[in-house]
Design a protein. Structure first.
Length: 362
């Protein structure tokens, strides 16, 4: 039985997730409900016509004010600003994917509304675990983890590379620069903002800023906490990021050995997540790729004692692929375990009830 999913926030990531669920994960994930602050007519139009991804191959229409019909399937629709008031329990929602950014610090509101678990798409300050698929997903414990941070798109792009390099060659320290496409939070024209750089015109400048990926990487790789630092440069492109990673390693390798190591990982444990390209590509060529990290072989190698790697990723398509895989994994692990569903209390105490493994957690 598919995992029953609700999406909270039907913006760029929410809509891309819906496409992925219907096109690639329909046997394992069922989109049951959407909550967002836009009308059904607006959301149907934006789902159908996308300036970056193009027209959706899936037919969609508004069914009044309370549902969308996507590819013939009715999806309940809400415009509730306060998620606590949503009826996730009545709908039997196994998993809410939180995509608004507003509730990233408090995914528990969805648990209070009756959802069994929450995946936060992005950074989350109060999650039980941060998971990057292919890297540390086996650390998910269905008995203890109800709020799961899926990491940011940038964390998911660097984490596979860090894991392969650290496991084989041992990273001493690293520095990363993310060449990051502009986002919705930026402005087309200059505007007032506490961060004087972020409100400069997104289309006119390269804008330096901090990145939550550094903190998330330290969570995913505790032994490397404080050893990897970096920043993001917001650039005037709408999609596809580049990663410029420099590291010092305890064990050395030549370029041929490095590429062999990465290509083996791409064929094995990191299949469909990591790739190595030997073609002279530019960012637009990677649009629509589902790989989180595509190493550019030409611009990767050793410079004295230092390793430098250039990698690409589609920050929407690849990220949504990982979040969908995480949702599948969480659902499978939950149902295949002898599940005890924990009900959280404000005082930190827990009440327990035993649920047979064949029953959907909700």
């Amino acid at each position: 039985m598919p995992v029953r999913v609700a999406i909270n926030g039907f913006g760029r990531i929410g809509r891309q997730l819906a496409r992925h669920i219907f096109l690639r994960h329909s046997e394992t994930l069922a989109l049951v409900a959407i909550n967002t602050l836009a009308s059904t007519a607006q959301s149907a139009h934006l789902f159908q016509y996308d300036s970056i991804s193009g027209r959706s191959p899936l037919p969609v229409e508004a069914d009044g004010e309370n549902a969308l019909v996507i590819a013939g399937r009715r999806v309940s629709y809400f415009e509730q600003e306060d998620p606590v008031k949503l009826c996730w329990g009545e709908l039997g929602i196994d998993l809410v994917i939180e995509c608004t950014g507003k509730h990233a610090e408090n995914g528990r509101v969805h648990l209070e509304a009756g959802a069994a678990r929450v995946i936060v798409a992005g950074s989350a300050g109060q999650s039980d675990i941060t998971v990057c698929m292919g890297v540390n997903h086996e650390g998910f414990d269905p008995f203890r983890h109800r709020i799961i941070c899926g990491g940011s798109c940038t964390a998911n792009s660097l984490a596979p590379l860090v894991k392969v390099l650290d496991d084989a060659l041992a990273i001493e320290w690293g520095m990363v620069t993310f060449l990051h496409s502009y986002t919705k939070e930026q402005s087309l024209l200059d505007d007032a903002h506490p961060d004087l750089r972020r409100r400069r015109s997104a289309t006119r400048s390269i804008i330096p800023t901090t990145t939550s990926a550094i903190e998330q990487l330290g969570t995913v790789f505790p032994a490397l906490y404080g050893k990897i630092d970096g920043l993001a440069l917001r650039v005037p492109t709408p999609v596809v990021h580049a990663v410029d990673f420099v590291a010092k390693l305890q064990r050395k390798e030549d370029k041929e050995g490095l590429l062999h190591l990465l290509e083996n990982a791409a064929r094995g444990s990191m299949k469909n997540i990591l790739a190595v390209s030997h073609e002279p590509l530019v960012s637009t060529d990677l649009r629509g790729s589902g790989h989180s990290c595509i190493v550019d072989a030409e611009f990767s190698g050793f410079h004295g004692d230092l390793l430098r790697i250039l990698a690409w990723h589609d920050n929407e398509c690849a990220y949504c692929a990982r979040i969908c895989e995480l949702a599948e994994y969480v659902g499978a692990r939950t149902r295949n375990s002898s599940v005890q569903e924990f009900l959280g209390c404000d005082d930190g105490g827990m009440r327990q009830k035993n649920i047979p493994s064949s029953v959907s957690v909700g």
